[in-house]
Design a protein around this ligand. Structure first.
Ligand SMILES: Nc1nc2c(ncn2[C@@H]2O[C@H](COP(=O)(O)OP(=O)(O)OP(=O)(O)O)[C@@H](O)[C@H]2O)c(=O)[nH]1
Length: 371
């Protein structure tokens, strides 16, 4: 038999290597073109168009590089950012010795300007006067500290009502609030905190009003290493995204589902419908353990009006007060707790990933008083 066309074994290896190199190179070339969105030579998109309204971004655990700071040290670090000069105003009043009527008036004005609210201010001043009557030589600043701590109430449970990490109960936390208050940022920061505690988390971008909000949440998901369920369609039904999120959390055996929502307050009836539906849909899969209302501390009384509306729509279980860094409106903590009868659980003190802290009454009051 004529076998002269069969190459020797060394030649065969060369041929195979060359073929693999050519095919591999072509594959890599096509892949890079596909990634860059460039059309291929055949002129059509190589990937099937994803018609599904909702899609999932897988977790990328490898991107979590540094562990977040512990909650205790976080608040200690951020304490100096609370109050924004309120402590200095109070110090100026108390450093004058015995309080004159003018000093009392100034104290009242300072508390009102800090958004403590009229009725809480009256109660705080009455509490301070009672203490000074009982102990005329006492230090009014120390007494004000005690009255503020009592008013904000250290006995309230401010923890998130979650099962132990690893329980796999996919407990939903729905985060609500008007746009711009810091909801998405807060969801990202909470996810980071929970992941550090060992919780398996799924994020649902039910803020479908603004496509950029889902992109922003996706960035947080990648940063924290958790999957994100989102829709690519602006204006998609937020309830269906929340439902898909709940479903994903259930099938993954995740511990927590964090749902970011849109908050358009210009139409109260629309908001009630949308938010009510979303909470109902999530509840069908699993009742939310927390509905957290995010409020921007710098908006003062306006924030209180928002709080009232949201409390009508959803069973708010806790408040996250953002942007307390550098504002003298820290007194809003007192007012908002009174208004809603639910505790402030977390506070935002900056734009950084670790600038969210559990609310600790004593640390907060010390920050407010600048002590
Ligand atoms: N200084 C400060 N800025 C914050 C804090 N929390 C959030 N922000 C900033 O507030 C801006 C709005 O935050 P988002 O998280 O996009 O607000 P949102 O409520 O999700 O807004 P929508 O998606 O439009 O509903 C961003 O620039 C955040 O970085 C905080 O605690 N302190």
């Amino acid at each position: 038999m004529d076998v002269s066309w069969i190459p020797g074994s060394a030649d065969l290896v060369v041929v195979i290597v060359a073929a693999v190199a050519v095919l591999g190179g072509a594959g890599a070339y096509l892949k890079s073109r596909r990634r860059s969105g460039e059309p291929t030579q055949r002129g059509y998109a190589p990937y099937p168009v994803d018609d599904a309204a909702v899609r999932e971004t897988p977790a990328e655990p490898s991107v979590v590089t540094e562990a977040p700071e512990s909650p205790d040290s976080r608040l200690a670090r951020l304490r100096a950012r609370i109050g924004g000069g309120l402590g200095a105003s109070l110090l100026a009043i108390f450093s004058r010795g015995a309080l004159s009527q003018d000093d009392w008036d100034e104290l009242e004005e300072t508390l009102l300007l800090a958004d403590v609210g009229a009725s809480a201010t009256d109660d705080i001043l009455a509490g301070l006067q009672a203490r000074l009557r009982a102990e005329p030589d006492g230090d009014p600043r120390t007494m004000l500290r005690a009255v503020l701590i009592e008013t904000i109430d250290p006995t309230l449970d401010r923890s998130l009502r979650l099962a132990e990490p690893g329980a796999g109960k996919y407990e939903p936390i729905v985060v609500v609030g008007v746009n711009g208050v810091g909801k998405t940022t807060t969801v990202g920061k909470i996810a980071r905190m929970l992941v550090a505690e060992g919780h398996a988390v799924v994020l649902a971008a039910a803020d479908t009003f603004r496509a950029a909000a889902a992109d922003q949440l996706e960035t947080w998901g990648a940063r924290v290493g958790v999957p994100v369920v989102r829709s690519d369609r602006e204006g998609a039904d937020p309830a269906s995204v929340a439902f898909e999120g709940a479903d994903r959390a259930r099938t993954d055996g995740a511990d927590v589902l964090l749902v970011d929502t849109a908050g358009r307050l210009q139409n109260k009836a629309g908001l009630m419908d949308e938010l009510g539906k979303l909470v109902r849909v999530v509840t069908k899969v699993k009742e939310p353990v927390e509905v957290l209302l995010v409020l921007d501390a710098t908006t003062g009384q306006n924030g209180l009006a928002q709080a009232r509306v949201f409390a009508e729509v959803a069973q708010v279980t806790g408040i996250v007060l953002t942007k307390l860094d550098g504002t003298a409106k820290g007194g809003i903590v007192v007012a908002v707790q009174r208004e809603l009868g639910v505790p402030v659980k977390l506070i935002g003190l900056g734009e950084g990933a670790d600038d969210l802290a559990p609310f600790d009454v004593e640390q907060f009051v010390d920050g407010l008083l600048g002590s």
